[in-house]
Design a protein around this ligand. Structure first.
Ligand code: SF4
Length: 260
């Protein structure tokens, strides 16, 4: 198994969806994450390396896959999709937690109390966590301030992977209209493949590998000063925030099939 640089560009080391097919891309991403998890186990920058790898893989491959696509409708100040359920892996939740701790005081000085915004935001209702209607309105994300994402540098892959070609269709879907929003397939596919490969690698190496409701998970994580160490020790302390769009057993058997 090759040792892959943490932030290595997947096109250079692990293939791309177009070049080798989605299955080969998943397998290469999985192997690269496993290599990083093994190489970085116990290292102080363990989480940073994993997180950087996930996001650089996503960003670079989306860039490669969308060169010939039309202009997206997404723009600063929209935030329409920031009213959907946001799910995230544990490493993503922990990076947002770290960011909130580092920037909270600065935001407070600007009159933005992110802790208060988070605690005032309800956790996702069961209907949203079941995934029956992914475009259903649940509540505004606490990090959307005047139409701008204030955790933009560390926003989860779920946010990065949702990109639309039609703002009106997004607004209509959130108001209960058709879910038929023309979204960017490369964004959606790359996000799914990178996120699933990360989950699969975490599972294989004995780390928590589920998806969590970002809001609920952050409330738990911010109350755990030792959260990063707990995750590194394999403790699934975010479990109360689990999202079960697909059962654990089904996910596990899918990952096993894809790796075979
Ligand atoms: S984290 Fe940022 S991009 Fe994601 S839903 Fe919240 S405000 Fe929107």
């Amino acid at each position: 198994m090759p040792v892959v640089e943490d932030a290595a560009r997947p096109s250079e080391t692990t293939g791309q969806p177009d070049a080798d097919g989605p299955l080969a891309f998943f397998q290469a991403q999985h192997d690269a994450f496993v290599a990083t998890l093994r190489a970085a186990r116990g290292a102080p920058n363990f989480l940073d390396r994993l997180w950087m790898q996930a996001f650089s893989s996503f960003e670079h491959n989306v860039e490669e896959q969308t060169r010939t696509l039309p202009q997206l409708a997404c723009h600063k100040g929209c935030g329409t999709c920031c009213q959907l359920l946001v799910v995230a892996t544990a490493p993503e939740v922990l990076m947002v937690t770290r960011y909130l701790r580092a920037t909270g005081e600065g935001f407070r000085k600007m009159g933005i109390d992110l802790d208060a915004r988070l605690s005032e935001t309800a956790e996702a209702p069961e209907a949203a966590r079941s995934g029956s209607r992914p475009m259903a309105l649940i509540r505004s994300c606490p990090f959307l301030v005047e139409g701008i994402c204030v955790i933009y540098p560390v926003r989860p892959m779920a946010c990065r992977g949702h990109a639309s070609f039609n703002e009106e269709a997004c607004i209509s879907a959130l108001k209960g209209g058709s879910d038929n929003v023309p979204v960017s397939e490369p964004h959606r596919t790359v996000r799914a493949l990178v996120q699933n490969a990360l989950q699969s690698a975490l599972r294989d190496e004995g780390y928590p590998w589920d998806l969590y409701d970002l809001v609920a998970a952050l409330k738990i994580s911010l109350a755990r000063p030792d959260g990063e160490a707990a995750f590194a020790a394999g403790e699934d302390f975010l479990a109360p925030a689990l999202v079960r769009h697909v059962s654990r057993e089904e996910m596990a058997s899918t990952f096993d099939r894809l790796k075979a």
